[in-house]
Design a binder for this molecule. Structure first.
Ligand code: C5P
Length: 296
């Protein structure tokens, strides 16, 4: 068996996101459609004699032990009785605090990589449980789905066949948004609101990007736009470029738009320019992320 494995940790977008209710513990129940994107961080995990080392290239992700990737390695090593240690190297390409799931995806990739180094000692259903302990988006990345309906906190998943890959443009404003702050803003805005109404989702409507686009937006948009007019402006300019759908992803701050073809996506990127936000050209994935591969 190899002593070192690598894999891609892909980003996600939420094609719709409804926040249903606040649980007594403070978490919220949601209903969302997760879409895997080509944009990815690179993760390399090497077996060592003991302990956990983490190196990050490409972004300042703060103290190693608070990183979800470090905590993922810790949980997995605990499950295999710390028979060995690991050195993790992350190369960041997914913007931070953007709602694209970068930290969660790195964590899911580390669970898969450390488990591969442990000869797949931990069964799949336990990997999903560990993923849910790490964060609400981690189970989607650990599920091996390219498209999934998520509910509960996002950890309960129905994997779905993904439509053909669509070219995507990600607009990244020059500010990030903290997820707990976005949920608090939504709670404050909703104090007077009545509960959400009934809904019957139709599998047919989840089969093309056009019909997915008609299923509605992201509940965070209603509270983020008044608080951050620059975000609303980015969203409205993206909406004017003729996309199949445009959404704030997760709790922001990235805005993701999908297009019929690469020429439409590239014309949209030209029209947006890079003065007011960074742009990333990518695509949706219609295949799950590949499993860990030996590095040599
Ligand atoms: O699960 P995760 O670590 O991503 O959540 C970060 C924070 O976002 C939580 O501590 C909570 O404040 C908020 N959150 C929430 N409801 C969710 C997901 C996250 O209130 N479904």
């Amino acid at each position: 068996m190899s002593d070192s494995v690598r894999l891609a940790a892909h980003a996600k977008m939420n094609a719709f996101l409804r926040v249903l209710a606040r649980e007594t513990g403070g978490y919220h129940t949601i209903e969302t459609l997760f879409v895997l994107l080509e944009l990815a961080d690179e993760v390399v995990v090497e077996r060592t004699g003991g302990g956990i080392a983490l190196e990050v290239t490409g972004a300042d992700t703060g103290p190693a032990e608070q990183n979800l990737a470090w905590r993922a390695a810790d949980l997995l090593l605990q499950a295999v009785r710390r028979r060995f240690g690991v050195r993790i190297h992350l190369t960041k390409h997914i913007p931070l605090r953007a709602g694209l799931g970068g930290g969660s995806s790195d964590a899911a990739a580390v669970l898969a990589a450390v488990n591969a180094l442990a000869d797949h000692a931990v069964p799949r259903h336990e990997i999903l449980q560990l993923a849910a302990r790490l964060g609400s988006d981690v189970p989607f990345f650990a599920s091996g789905a390219a498209l999934a309906l998520g509910w509960g906190r996002g950890e309960r998943l129905l994997r779905l066949p993904a439509p053909a890959a669509a070219p995507a443009l990600i607009a990244v404003p020059p500010f990030g948004i903290s997820t707990p702050d976005a949920y608090s803003a939504l709670d404050r805005a909703r104090q007077q609101d009545s509960p959400r109404g009934a809904l019957a989702l139709d599998q047919e409507a989840l089969s093309t990007w056009g019909s997915i686009g008609r299923l509605g937006g992201n509940d965070f948009e209603g509270v983020l736009f008044p608080a951050a007019p620059r975000l609303r402006e980015v969203f409205e300019r993206m909406a004017g470029t003729g996309p199949l759908l445009v959404r704030v992803s997760g709790s922001g701050s990235a805005v993701v738009a999908l297009y019929r073809g690469a020429a439409d996506r590239d014309a949209a990127a030209e029209a947006m320019g890079t003065g007011r936000q960074a742009l990333i050209r990518t695509a949706t994935r219609n295949a799950p992320a590949p499993s860990p591969q030996p590095t040599s």
